[in-house]
Write a protein that binds this ligand. Structure first.
Ligand code: KIV
Length: 273
C-alpha cells in the first residue's frame, strides 16, 4: 500500500519530472517546513517537497501567507533540505521578494539557493512577474510557476473562492501558463480552478502541471501536509482528502501522557535509571 516502495531511488530532478509527464507517470508533491517532517515525507516516496509559504499559516499561525519573511523561509528550507535525499526540494519566494524589482528578485533567489541548498524556487503570478522569472532563470535557477488562486494576492481577490470561472480570467490563465512554460519554468502549480480548465492547460503545455483543487487531469497533485494529515482541525475544502486524523491521534497521545504524569504512572520502574 505504501508509496515509499518507489522503484527509482535516485534524486528527483526537473528533467525527471518532464520525463514523468511525457510517460504519463503522475507526480506526487507535498509541503514540508522542518527536518523531521521532511524525512518522513521524503521516505514515503513523495517526488517534490514544497517548502511552501503556507508555513506562515501552519507553522506561525498567521491568517495569510503575507507576513512570512525571506529569512524565515530560508530557515524552513534549510531545515527541510537536511532531511531529504530523494525528492526535489522547491522553496516558495515569499511575498514582496520578487514582485517589485526583477534585479532584487534575482538577488533574493540567489540568496535562497545559496543559503538553503534547495533545488528550485516557486513564484506566484503570470506575465506581470515574467521579467523577474527570466532573470532568475538566467541565473541558472529552476522556477516553478503558480497560477489560479495565488494566496499572496488574497487581499486583491478578497475571497478564497475558485478562480477563473469567468472566461476573461480563464483566458488570462491560459496565456500566463503558456508564457511561463515558454520562458522556461520547469513546472506550474494550478490552484483552485475548474477541472476542465486545468485539463486544457495540462494538454496545452509541455511542462508538468501540478494541481491543488484543480482536478484529476493534472500531471501531479500537491497538498499541504498538515491538511492531508488532519492536523488542521476545521479546514475541510472540497478538494482536500484527509489521509489521517493526526489531530485526534496526537491529542489522545498527549492526553494519555498528561494522565500518566499526574497519576504517577509515568515513569515506571523500567523507565528510570
Ligand atoms: O505555500 C503552499 O503551500 C503552496 C501550495 C498550496 C501549492 O503554495
Amino acid at each position: 500500500m505504501a508509496g515509499y516502495l518507489v522503484d527509482d531511488t535516485r534524486k528527483v530532478t526537473t528533467h525527471r519530472l518532464y520525463e514523468m509527464k511525457q510517460s504519463g507517470k503522475k507526480i506526487a508533491m507535498l509541503t514540508s517546513y522542518d527536518y523531521s517532517m521532511a524525512r518522513i515525507v521524503d521516505g514515503a516516496g513523495v517526488d517534490v517537497i514544497l517548502v511552501g509559504d503556507s508555513a506562515s499559516n501552519t507553522m506561525a499561525g498567521n491568517v495569510t501567507t503575507l507576513p512570512i519573511t525571506l529569512d524565515q523561509m530560508i530557515y524552513h528550507a534549510r531545515s527541510v533540505v537536511r532531511g531529504v535525499t530523494r525528492a526535489l526540494v522547491v522553496c516558495d519566494m515569499p511575498f514582496g521578494t520578487y514582485q517589485i524589482d526583477p534585479q532584487d528578485a534575482a538577488r533574493n533567489a540567489v540568496r535562497i539557493m545559496q543559503e538553503t541548498g534547495c533545488d528550485a524556487l516557486k513564484l506566484e503570478g503570470g506575465v506581470e512577474i515574467l521579467p523577474a522569472v527570466k532573470l532568475i532563470l538566467d541565473a541558472g535557477i529552476p522556477v516553478m510557476g503558480h497560477l489560479g488562486l495565488t494566496p499572496q494576492s488574497i487581499n486583491k481577490f478578497g475571497t478564497y473562492a475558485v478562480r477563473a470561472r469567468e472566461e476573461a480570467e480563464a483566458a488570462k490563465l491560459r496565456s500566463d501558463a503558456v508564457a511561463l512554460a515558454e520562458v522556461g519554468c520547469f513546472a506550474i502549480v494550478l490552484e483552485k480552478i475548474p477541472a476542465v480548465l486545468a485539463a486544457e492547460v495540462t494538454k496545452s503545455v509541455d511542462v508538468p502541471i501540478i494541481g491543488i483543487g484543480a482536478g484529476g487531469a493534472c500531471d501531479g497533485q500537491v497538498l499541504v501536509v498538515h491538511d492531508m494529515l488532519g492536523m488542521n482541525k476545521g479546514f475541510s475544502p472540497k478538494f482536500l482528502r484527509r489521509y489521517a486524523d493526526l489531530n485526534e491521534v496526537m491529542t489522545d497521545a498527549i492526553g494519555n501522557y498528561v494522565t500518566d504524569v499526574k497519576s504517577g504512572d509515568f515513569p515506571n520502574a523500567d523507565e528510570q535509571y
